[in-house]
Structures are given as structure tokens and as C-alpha cells.
Design a protein around this ligand. Structure first.
Ligand code: HEC
Ligand code: HEC
Ligand code: HEC
Ligand code: HEC
Length: 459
């Protein structure tokens, strides 16, 4: 059996390799070999459109899917901007990037990839690439090639058979074939783990899950992102007690993100005079995710904690986090520095100075893992990542402690001083979004949690 999908061997060739792959794909089709998606291995017409599945039969699942990012993986504004303005533009300047950049479509619009419709038309052209991760992408998947799920190595078998959790019902439109595969985390991992052209794991959500406590409990991706409830799974079918809702809610659902981590803060002294030193400790506990927080597009995402004190007169003092001294920590404390210079290549800006790295108050703790390009500069271009920095994200059920040493200022008003810790999440660092004109929606600051404590400032 093949050992999964590596970019260099498969994608970095020129046209001839593509033609050969297409031929292998055709051959695999005719002799019934099980093969992972290849460019040109399956035509669009082998797959039904989501409207076909959803308009009269699977109406609820269809509406849920339409509201989830799965239906927008190709058309969403930030995906379009990153794919066309950075990735495709990068491959035009650095031809060795062409294979991996074509590969974006293997996860974001698998039908276009399999149809060989690469680079697909822009979303505004309304082509079938817009179907993104459609019903048929998932319900024709029968396994993965190799032992490890990553880089869209799911095996697709389009046809009258639709694979799912049951074979009990009857459908005029297709056969129902029971398959355990869709209920596994390996299935999700085929797209939620990604190894880039130089072998860096730029996405590892399923691997994080596997190494964490939820794998031991057998609480799978589906249990949190496709919860089950009694429901009709097709408008004319029977109700099932445990139908899997097609919510796929994650980073783009503020309600899913809120409360993900909890925070509690306390001082070592309850009373202090101006000039006294008080140490506050904040405990940040990951209560909700089955993987690290943040996960997935870690190169874009930022989680940070802002701590400030407000004295009895309303004057506000910002408390920077105490450094712990671990290697690479400078990337986990917000600073006034520039980064992301590698975007200059696709954007065609000579000697690009970069933009602000964090866009959040200097001194705040950031829970993140930085991605670096070959020159050691932070990057959001995951395909251009040469190494990863310190992993200071909050693991599933992990608690991180942060301290804040604070010398009560001489001008602090006597009376109660309230010290508040606020944890925030943002899908894309603000300065990058501004540079690329990404709509403000993507940089919405989601308040994850907060907690306050009080000390008494003595006169
Ligand atoms: C990202 C993958 C994915 C997409 C996209 C997807 N599904 Fe599913 N679907 C699943 C999984 C996973 C299950 C549950 C499998 C299990 O529990 O073993 C499922 C279950 C189902 C079931 C069976 C429910 C039951 O309890 O019997 C139906 C019907 C279904 N999906 C229809 C659809 C339709 C229609 C669409 C498009 C509007 C769609 N799915 C899109 C992954 C997907
Ligand atoms: C115990 C519940 C739980 C399990 C299990 C779980 N998740 Fe999540 N997931 C969450 C929560 C809560 C969030 C929202 C917070 C966040 O963005 O991380 C989330 C967010 C996500 C995101 C968006 C992350 C981001 O920050 O961009 C993705 C993608 C995701 N999950 C995929 C998966 C996959 C794939 C699996 C299985 C390997 C899985 N999840 C298992 C609870 C869970
Ligand atoms: C064919 C590839 C593919 C498969 C299989 C797949 N996903 Fe995804 N998933 C994606 C892509 C691509 C995105 C990113 C969408 C976007 O552009 O924001 C995504 C996004 C998500 C998100 C984040 C949504 C948000 O609000 O930001 C969650 C949660 C998620 N998937 C869960 C799952 C689960 C659970 C499974 C398995 C049942 C699964 N996915 C299987 C490709 C896939
Ligand atoms: C192995 C599958 C896979 C490949 C290959 C892949 N992606 Fe993704 N991509 C995902 C998944 C899954 C997510 C969702 C992660 C999350 O929610 O945090 C995602 C998220 C994104 C996002 C963030 C979407 C948002 O709204 O926040 C962008 C932009 C993106 N991908 C662009 C690309 C580009 C450009 C490429 C090619 C260079 C690429 N992807 C290759 C699976 C993939």
C-alpha cells in the first residue's frame, strides 16, 4: 500500500507528470483500483450537485451545510484572496510552488481538483468549483490510502453507492451503503492534517486530537462538530434517534469559540500600598476543544490575553505578562516588530518591509505557534513554511499559568483596584488582513472569556 501523499513526488513535475497521473487515474477507474484523488481522475459529471441532494430530500442537512464553511471552502473571501493573490501568484513567480498550490484545491474544492479543473475559475464565475467540500466529496469517500490521514488522501468512489452510517433506508436516488469510515477521525484528518512541500506539518488537528485526552475517551470530531439528535435525515424518510447534524461549526461560529478556554485570576496580596509589588496569577484552562486552541490554520490565528488594572478613580494600567524564559518565547509576547516579509514575492513588492506581526497590545501573552519561512521570518504562507517555532497553544484540557508582576503605581487612587484578564481570539492577524484588503468580518475579535479580581489600594 502507498505511504500517503507527499507533495514533492506527486506534484512538483510539469505537464508530463500531470498527463501521466491523469492516465493512471483513468486506468485506476477502469480496473477498479482504489486510488486517492488525482488531478483528472474523476470528471465533474460523476458527482451530483449539492442542490440535487438537498432541495427535496436532505433539506435540513443541506441548509446546515450551506451555513458552514464546508460549503464555502473555495468561495469564502479570505480563501479567494489567499489562494489567488498569494498562492497562485507565488507559483507564477516560483514555479516549484505550482504543485503544492494546485494541491490547495484537493481539500478546498476536491471535485475541481479531481476534474483537473486547476487553477479553477474565480468564484464569481459560478463554476462547479464553487461546490467546495460538497455532499458528494464526503459521501463517496471509502477510506484513505496509506496508514496516516493527510493531504486529501481519501479514496473517492463516485457512483450510485452513497456511503454513510446506515444501510437500512430506501432511496430512489441512490443505494445506501453502510460504512464505518465516515464516522472515524481519519476521514476528517485526510483534510485536517497537512504536510507542506518541505515536510512541515502545517495543519495537524487530527494528530493533536489523537495525542490528546479525547482520543482516549473516543470522543471524535463528529461528536463536537456533527452532534447527534433525533431527526429525519431525509424529508420522506424515518426519524433516527442519532442523526448527525451537519453543523461543522468552528472558528467562524463565535458561539463555538466563546468559552473555549476559561480564565481565573488572583493576586498574592489582597491589600497593597503604592510602591508595593503584587503578583497576579491567571489560570487559562481549555475546557472545550478536542485539539489545541487554536488549531487548523494556526499561521493565521491568534489567541491572546490582555490584563489591565483599573483604580478607584478609573485610571487604567496595562499589565504585561512576566516572561517565563523558554526558547522562542519572544513570539508569544506581543511586540512592536515587523513580519511576513515573504508576502512581498507574490505581491510583487521589492524589499517588502513586512507588516506588524501581532496587531495586539505590546506585552500581552499570545497562545500560538509561529511559522517561519526559509529565512527565519514569520509567515502566514503555510506552503512557504520551512520550520515551526515554539508551540505555545493551549492543549485539550490543559491549564496554562501566567503571572503578572505589578508595582502599584504612586499615583494609584486609594480604594478598590479591579484587575481583569481578557482572553480574545482572532481568525487572522489584523495587519495582514489590512494589507490584503480582507473584509473586516475575518478579523472580528471574539471575546473568549474573562475574569476579574480586586485588591485594595491603601492610602
Ligand atoms: C465533510 C464531510 C461531509 C459533508 C460535506 C457532508 N456529509 Fe453527510 N455525513 C458526514 C458524516 C461524517 C456523517 C456521519 C457518519 C457516521 O456517523 O458514521 C454523515 C451522515 C449523513 C447522512 C446520514 C445520516 C444518518 O444518521 O443516517 C446523510 C443522509 C447525509 N450525511 C447527507 C449529506 C448531504 C445531503 C450533504 C450535503 C448537503 C452532506 N451529507 C454533506 C459527512 C459529510
Ligand atoms: C471535545 C470537542 C471537540 C472535538 C473532539 C473536536 N473539536 Fe474541533 N473544535 C472544538 C471547539 C470548541 C472549537 C472552537 C474553538 C477553536 O476555534 O479551536 C473547535 C474548532 C475547530 C476548528 C477551527 C479551528 C480554528 O481555530 O481555526 C477545526 C478546523 C476543528 N475544530 C476540526 C476538528 C477536527 C478535524 C476534529 C477531530 C480530529 C475536532 N475538531 C475535534 C471542539 C472539538
Ligand atoms: C475534503 C476535505 C475535508 C474533509 C474530508 C473534512 N474537512 Fe473540515 N474543512 C475542510 C476545509 C477546506 C475547511 C476550511 C473551510 C474554509 O475555507 O474556511 C474545513 C473546515 C472545517 C471546520 C471549521 C469551520 C469554521 O467555522 O471555521 C470544521 C469544524 C471542520 N472542517 C470539521 C470537519 C469534520 C468534523 C470532518 C470529518 C467529519 C471534516 N471537517 C472533514 C475540508 C475538509
Ligand atoms: C490537506 C488539506 C488542505 C490543503 C492542501 C490546503 N488547505 Fe487550506 N484549509 C484546510 C482546512 C481543513 C482548513 C480549516 C482550518 C481551520 O479552520 O482552522 C483550511 C483553511 C484555510 C484558510 C483559512 C480560511 C478562513 O476562512 O479562515 C485559507 C485562507 C486556506 N486554507 C488557503 C489554502 C491555500 C491557499 C492552500 C494551498 C497553498 C491550502 N489552503 C491548502 C485544508 C487544506
Amino acid at each position: 500500500m502507498k505511504k500517503g501523499r507527499e507533495y514533492p513526488a506527486r506534484f512538483c513535475g510539469g505537464l508530463t507528470l500531470v498527463a501521466v497521473l491523469a492516465a493512471i487515474g483513468l486506468l485506476a477507474g477502469t480496473v477498479g483500483l482504489r486510488a486517492e484523488p488525482e488531478m483528472g481522475s474523476h470528471g465533474y459529471d460523476e458527482f451530483d450537485k449539492p442542490e440535487y441532494c438537498g432541495t427535496s430530500c436532505h433539506t435540513d442537512f443541506f441548509r446546515q451545510w450551506q451555513q458552514a464553511m464546508m460549503s464555502q471552502a473555495y468561495t469564502h473571501h479570505w480563501d479567494e484572496i489567499e489562494y489567488f493573490d498569494l498562492a497562485v501568484a507565488h507559483a507564477e513567480k516560483v514555479p516549484s510552488m505550482k504543485g503544492p498550490v494546485d494541491g490547495c484545491n484537493g481539500c478546498h474544492t476536491p471535485l475541481a481538483f479531481m476534474a483537473g479543473d486547476v487553477t479553477p475559475p474565480r468564484p464569481e464565475e459560478g463554476s462547479r468549483a464553487n461546490e467546495s467540500v460538497s455532499c458528494e466529496v464526503c459521501h463517496t469517500a471509502v477510506g484513505i490510502s496509506g496508514d496516516e490521514p493527510f493531504n486529501f488522501n481519501f479514496i473517492s468512489e463516485p457512483g450510485r453507492n452513497k456511503y454513510g452510517p446506515r444501510s437500512t433506508g430506501k432511496s430512489p436516488a441512490h443505494e445506501m451503503v453502510k460504512s464505518e469510515f465516515l464516522g472515524t477521525t481519519e476521514f476528517c484528518g485526510a483534510c485536517h492534517n497537512e504536510k507542506n512541500p518541505v515536510g512541515i506539518w502545517v495543519k495537524s488537528t487530527q494528530q493533536e486530537w489523537k495525542a490528546g485526552p479525547y482520543a482516549e475517551d473516543d470522543t471524535r470530531c463528529q461528536d463536537c462538530h456533527m452532534t447527534s439528535a433525533p431527526m429525519r435525515t431525509a424529508s420522506m424518510g424515518a426519524e433516527h434517534a442519532d442523526a448527525r447534524l451537519h453543523l461543522f461549526h468552528g472558528a467562524h461560529d463565535p458561539g463555538k469559540v466563546r468559552g473555549t478556554v476559561e480564565v481565573r485570576i488572583h493576586p498574592d496580596l489582597k491589600e497593597a500600598e503604592p510602591g508595593d509589588r503584587v503578583v497576579f496569577t491567571a489560570a487559562v484552562f481549555n475546557q472545550k476543544t478536542g485539539h489545541k486552541f487554536p488549531t487548523g490554520s494556526v499561521e493565521d490565528r491568534i489567541v491572546w490575553m490582555h490584563v489591565e488594572a483599573t483604580d478607584a478613580a478609573g485610571k487604567v494600567y496595562h499589565l504585561p505578562v512576566d516572561p517565563k524564559g523558554f526558547e522562542g518565547e519572544e513570539y508569544t509576547i506581543a511586540a512592536d516588530v515587523l513580519a511576513y516579509q515573504d508576502m512581498g514575492v507574490p505581491l510583487g513588492i521589492a524589499n517588502f518591509a513586512g507588516v506588524q506581526r501581532d496587531g495586539v497590545p505590546v506585552g500581552d501573552r499570545i497562545f500560538r505557534m509561529p511559522y517561519f519561512d526559509a529565512e527565519g521570518r514569520m509567515t502566514i504562507m503555510q506552503w512557504n513554511t520551512a520550520s515551526l517555532g515554539v508551540d505555545y497553544r493551549v492543549g485539550p484540557r490543559e491549564t496554562k499559568l501566567e503571572t503578572y508582576t505589578f508595582d502599584v503605581p504612586d499615583d494609584a487612587a486609594p480604594g478598590p483596584m479591579v484587575v481583569k484578564a481578557q482572553v480574545n481570539y482572532q481568525r487572522l492577524v489584523q495587519p495582514v488582513a489590512e494589507l490584503l484588503n480582507v473584509p473586516a468580518e475575518e478579523t472580528e475579535i471574539i471575546a473568549v472569556n474573562d475574569h476579574s479580581t480586586v485588591i485594595e489600594v491603601l492610602p
